[in-house]
Every structure is written in C-alpha cells, then in structure tokens.
Design a protein around this ligand. Structure first.
Ligand SMILES: [Mg+2]
Length: 177
C-alpha cells in the first residue's frame, strides 16, 4: 500500500528492507536504489483521467471505506492516510475533493509495467511492494545518480507515473532525488 507512514511500522519496514537488500548485494554492486511511485493509486487513476491532475484526489479502500492513497493536494487539505470516507463525503464538493473507488486490476497492471522497466534497466530488481522496488545500480555516484534520473524519465515516458529514486551506498537510504 503506498504512503504508509505510521511510526510504529517504520522500524519493522527498515529492518525488512535491510534484510532484503543484504540478500542481494554482492561485490559488484556499488549502490542500491529504492524506487517508489508517488501516491501510486492516485497517480495510476490520473494516467487514465487527466481531469484529476492538480486536484485533491483520494482513492478509497474496498467498499469505499477509507482513504488509502492521497494526492499532494489532498494531503495539503490535512486529510490523513486511512481517514474514513463517510466523514469527508458531505464536505467533499465544497473542498473540491474527488474520490475514486480502488481498481486493483489497474494498479497491478501498472505495477507490472514499472517493475518490467526496472528489470530491463538495472542490474537486479527486488519487488518490495506494489509500488516499491529495490534495484542494483553500478558505477560511480555521479553515474548512479544519472541512472536514477534516467529511470524516473523512462518510467514517466512509458507509463505516465511519477516516481522518486532513493540512492544508498549500502543498506541505509542516503538520499532522495
Ligand atoms: Mg509510493
């Protein structure tokens, strides 16, 4: 699920990521990238409905229960991840807030496209979640940064999805671009 930021889960996630990455690193790996689609479900909906661009948008969980993906504009309204839709529905129109039911078939398909691009463009790819993957990047820091920018451009060009690429020397994420 994109956008999970609960403090209680951060330690476990960091540990799991460390273990995953450690299993892949070998002497030829210079850097590890973490590729993450920004607001994945919202971004996937925007690819097929450009009227959602630049607007506050939330994607709802099964049966439209709660917000599981928020655009930056929706976050700026102060809506927290997981907030129940029934508490927002009455005031949504006034806020200009748009909601979409989740479409997991679409997200799965978009995810496969992103992961396929990463597999073709990197030394190795380890899928971590529907919108996150670790990748092996080889070269100098300058080369690896350039490769990260190229990944962002290619994923945008081929899928219309915005991603960020974090680059780390070993298991700690050292920087985000
Ligand atoms: Mg994400």
């Amino acid at each position: 699920m994109p956008g999970r930021t609960k403090a209680s889960s951060l330690g476990v996630r960091t540990l799991m990521k460390g273990l995953l990455v450690t299993a892949h690193v070998n002497s030829r790996d210079d850097y590890i990238g973490l590729v993450d689609v920004n607001s994945f479900y919202v971004s996937a909906e925007r690819v097929f409905d450009p009227s959602l661009i630049d607007r506050p948008v939330v994607v709802l969980s099964n049966n439209d229960g709660c917000c599981v993906s928020l655009s930056n504009e929706a976050k700026a309204l102060g809506i927290p991840m997981g907030y129940p839709w029934f508490k927002l529905q009455a005031g949504a129109e006034k806020m200009g807030l748009v909601a979409r039911s989740s479409n997991y078939e679409l997200y799965g398909d978009m995810s496969s496209r992103v992961m396929g691009i990463l597999s073709r463009m990197t030394a190795w790819t380890e899928v971590y979640s529907i919108d996150e993957a670790f990748v092996g990047l080889r070269g100098t820091l300058a080369q690896v940064r350039a490769a990260g920018e190229q990944l962002k451009r290619e994923i945008w060009r081929l899928t219309g999805l915005p991603v960020c690429v974090g680059i780390a020397k070993t298991t700690g994420i050292a920087e985000y671009s």
